[in-house]
Design a protein around this ligand. Structure first.
Ligand SMILES: [Zn+2]
Length: 457
């Protein structure tokens, strides 16, 4: 019973804290680098870490902080960085603080919660803003010791040093990056200013459907939308949030994926029809067939001697449709020796699947064309070296046959009907947001252009 009451009490405190933080959200619009554009999202109460210690917000200058805490006025403020193998005492000695002041400063910081721990783990290169004390002005120090916090140390009118932790102000920026691929997706994305995390996310996400080695052509384009958390004082990136939307245009074929949270609250990605971005390769690319020969050593039915069977055989009546085992590009479709009528699909840089002894090809099948998983590519037959109507199915990893039953490619669940309507709403929202960002990119271009013209005249 007591425990329940405590939780309620805690919830009340948290609610008050959250409410206190709300007035800090305001709308402002900012345009940055040419290739990317941001809208601050602060008008929407985005999830922010709850300020459990109820810390005050830090300021960009020591002067503002002295005003905030009512410290003795400081003289000129200088800046240095913590050097290698240096602790705070050494850094302050280097910038001409007197030992007496240094002792009081360190003593004051160590009285903070986790103070000694913070002092022993100050990051290399940390910004130190400082003002050395004189007869009439006070000593002051601002240490940016973590991504989100500063320690401010100041001297009051009794010459006593006091320390306090301040929270650095942050904001969330919605960002759209568009790029044209020159040599590789990776290099073009780096050039567009995409943060590395986002780039890796994009490559992982598209990797199930795009063969980066062979499918990318010069002039292909990509778009990525995501949210950045920015340190306002330094205007630097703190972290990126999972991608909201990614799209790639491969010689006219456009693939787009949108973020949608699954039942566990984890971000998953789906195309506009709710199909998961995580594609696997089907182990059985045929309906209602009987598995008649597994992968492995067997006595060959036609040749008569023991041979490694590098695929799986499914017996089915001639004319039974065969499906593409995964999304990919048709690499081969035609007669292939003992394989008879044969199709090979390249799925990713690593995986291919092959289908042999067909009676015919689907009319859509052309070398170089893209097929999606589950689409009919051809029909069961007995062409080539075959004893009866069956499909011989192979999975190739790095061009070597492997046992299709052992492949371990993760498959994502597609969205069910219930989630699909909510997902379509989400797509609308994302595309609206993208339109707004695109409009801003245009406006920025016009502004830059007229600036150039004005300069010219
Ligand atoms: Zn076979």
């Amino acid at each position: 019973m007591k425990k329940v009451l405590n939780i309620r009490y805690l919830q009340k405190i948290l609610t008050v804290l959250v409410l206190c933080a709300l007035p800090n959200f305001y709308l402002s619009i900012k345009i940055s680098a040419a290739s990317s554009i941001h809208i601050e999202q602060d008008i929407i109460p985005v999830k922010r870490p709850i300020n459990l210690n109820n810390l005050e917000e830090s300021s960009d200058t020591i002067y503002n902080l002295t005003q905030k805490v009512g410290a003795k006025l400081t003289a000129e403020v200088k800046k240095t960085k913590l050097k290698e193998n240096e602790n705070l005492v050494m850094a302050l000695t280097r910038v001409k603080f007197k030992p007496k002041d240094i002792h009081s400063i360190v003593n004051s910081i160590s009285k903070l919660k986790n103070g000694t721990n913070i002092l022993s783990k100050l990051p290399l290169g940390m910004d130190i803003h400082y003002s050395t004390p004189t007869d009439i002005t006070g000593g002051a120090l601002k240490l940016n010791f973590s991504k989100t916090k500063d320690i401010f140390v100041w001297q009051d009118f009794h010459e006593t040093y006091t320390s306090k932790v301040f929270l650095r102000p942050t904001k969330s920026e919605n960002t759209l990056i568009k790029g044209i691929i020159k040599s590789s997706l990776y290099l073009s994305a780096v050039k567009s200013g995409m943060p590395e995390n986002t780039l890796l996310e994009m490559i992982n996400l598209l990797g199930f459907s795009v063969d980066f080695q062979r499918e990318i052509r010069e002039g292909d384009t990509f778009e990525v939308m995501f949210t950045k958390d920015i340190d306002v004082l330094r205007n630097s990136l703190i972290q990126t949030k999972p991608i909201d939307f990614v799209s790639i245009n491969l010689s006219g074929t456009k693939l787009s994926f949108y973020k949608y949270h699954d039942e566990y609250g984890l971000p998953q990605y789906y195309d506009e029809n709710g199909k998961s971005s995580k594609r696997t390769i089907m182990k059985t690319p045929i309906n209602g067939a009987k598995l008649t020969s597994r992968y492995g050593k067997r006595k060959h039915p036609v040749l008569g001697y023991t041979k490694l069977h590098r695929g799986i055989d499914f017996a089915a009546p001639a004319g039974t449709p065969i499906f593409a085992a995964g999304d990919g590009i048709i690499e081969k479709a035609g007669w292939n020796g003992s394989y008879g009528r044969y199709i090979r699909i390249r799925h990713t840089g690593t995986y291919k699947t092959a289908y042999a002894h067909l009676s015919g090809f689907h009319k859509r099948i052309k070398i170089g064309s893209r097929v999606s998983q589950g689409k009919i590519i051809g029909y069961v037959g007995s062409s080539g070296r075959s004893t009866g109507a069956h499909l011989h199915y192979e999975v190739l990893r790095n061009n070597k046959q492997v046992n299709p039953m052992n492949i371990k490619l993760p498959a994502g669940k597609n969205l069910n009907k219930k989630d699909l309507s909510a997902f379509k709403q989400k797509i609308k929202q994302v595309l609206n947001q993208k339109l707004v960002l695109e409009q801003m990119i245009e406006n920025k271009k016009i502004a830059t252009y007229s600036k150039k013209i004005n300069k010219f005249y």
